[in-house]
Write a protein that binds this ligand. Structure first.
Ligand code: VJV
Ligand code: CA
Ligand code: ZN
Length: 393
């Protein structure tokens, strides 16, 4: 309908399942798996599935999850009962131990299925990259970057990104992980702290004690113990409220471009948390859909195989806009799709404004004051360049 055809010379795969979207964290919890339905509805209304290989995701197996997560934690996650079920009175401390059952990481019906589907979608994407059957693999159901080996954290229970990168490392010598979620990608950073085969780069709001998770300062570049090959391989770009598209793109292209030249990754894992968009319920930045998408376009331009993950994103209509637009960038249709949301889009009324690219004023009543000075951005860039001098070509 919009002349969307398969891209010439490369393959894009889309990994999803409607089963994942049926889960609920609770009535007013900010994480709404339903945003994946809204994304898929927009992707489909624009005719994008014609241009991709579409795969129905399976659940990851216990053994697959066990490649990163401890058996203790997984065993508890499998049996963990939702709030309205009787508790495991034998083990009252376990929930505390694993950070489960609080308001951030509630125990809800079907939790283990939800987690294994999210991981399954990212693992399938990684396998398609490893076998060269896809050049860009899209896993919007993944991107849960806070989960630790033995602990849930910040709405994340299973770290599908770590699992997918471990898969990529079977065939790729060096993987570059990039995280544009408004929160610090602490779980992925920590998992690869002691290897030089993964470089992690997170852009995030940084205000310890005020904004979750509080880690990811400019000077935090991986443990600098004497024989740690992972030292200098964690890059953090701490930002303040109100950063604009122009500033973000300047930082992103400078930093990622320099890292690409210096580190020479053979594959990219890009976490596209949409909570960095203007008007996000939890986010603080002033990014528009175009500015967020420019990161995906730039990574694609590097010509490396890439997995694109979801992540945060708490204003579902904007999450769907960004991820649909980024899907169009992946297939090279971003210049062909009309800006007006198609008439026949299911749940079209949820978008409020009928454009794919709302203005800042349409996204929020009052744009946030920009607290990022040009001087600070230059200092960040110069610190990152300094770190990269320690990284062997
Ligand atoms: O800031 C925190 C931790 C607290 C304790 C728990 N209370 C609810 C909030 C403060 C210190 N957690 C963050 C976690 C953010 C996770 C982001 C995940 C991602 O986007 O990076 C990747 C998927 C936080 N910020 C806001 C909330 N929690 C929050 C949680 C709720 C809520 C409102 C806000 C949980 C339940 C309900 N409302 C009903
Ligand atoms: Ca981030
Ligand atoms: Zn986030």
């Amino acid at each position: 309908e919009y002349g969307i055809t398969r891209p010439k010379g490369y393959t894009v795969s889309y990994h999803a399942t409607p089963e994942m979207e049926k889960h609920h964290f609770g009535q007013t919890h900010p994480m709404k798996p339903w945003r994946l339905t809204l994304t898929k509805s927009l992707v489909t209304a624009y005719g994008m599935p014609f241009a991709m290989d579409n795969y129905m995701t399976r659940e990851a197996t216990y053994e697959e999850l066990n490649a990163f997560h401890s058996s203790d934690y997984l065993d508890y996650l499998i049996t963990a009962a939702p709030e309205d079920q009787p508790r495991d009175i034998e083990n009252p401390d376990k929930e505390v131990k694993y950070n489960l059952g609080g308001s951030d990481c509630p125990l809800f019906h079907g939790l283990y299925n939800y987690c294994s589907m999210s991981a399954g979608c990212s693992l399938d994407a990684a396998r398609k990259i490893c076998s060269n059957q896809s050049d860009i693999a899209i896993a919007w159901g993944g991107g849960l970057h806070h989960a630790k080996r033995y602990e849930a954290s910040g709405f994340c229970y299973i770290n599908d990104i770590v699992l997918a990168i471990l898969q990529l490392l079977r065939t790729h010598p060096r993987v570059l992980y990039i995280d544009i979620d408004v929160h610090h990608g602490d779980g992925v950073e920590e998992a690869f702290f002691s290897t030089d085969r993964v470089m992690t780069v997170s852009f995030h709001k940084y205000q310890p004690d005020q904004f979750f998770p509080g880690t990811g300062g400019l000077e935090d570049n991986g443990p600098k113990s004497e024989h740690n090959p992972g030292a200098h391989h964690a890059i953090n770009v701490p930002l303040q409220d109100g950063i604009t598209d122009e500033q973000y793109q300047y930082l992103f292209e400078n930093i990622i471009g320099t890292i690409n030249q210096r580190y020479r990754p053979s594959a990219i894992a890009l976490q596209c948390g949409a909570d960095s968009l203007a008007g996000d319920r939890l986010g603080r930045f002033n990014l528009r859909v175009q500015g967020h998408g420019a990161c995906v376009r730039y990574c694609k331009s590097l010509g490396l195989p890439m997995i694109v993950f979801g992540g945060g994103g708490y204003t579902p209509r904007n999450v769907a806009r960004a991820w649909a637009y980024e899907t169009s960038i992946a297939i090279g249709a971003d210049t062909r799709i009309p800006e007006t949301i198609p008439e026949h889009t299911p749940w079209r009324e949820h978008f409020i404004h009928d454009t794919l690219f709302p203005t800042l004023e349409q996204s929020m009543s009052e744009p946030r004051h920009n607290r990022n000075s040009e001087k600070r951005l230059r200092d960040i860039i110069s610190h990152v360049h300094e770190q990269l001098r320690f990284v062997a070509h």
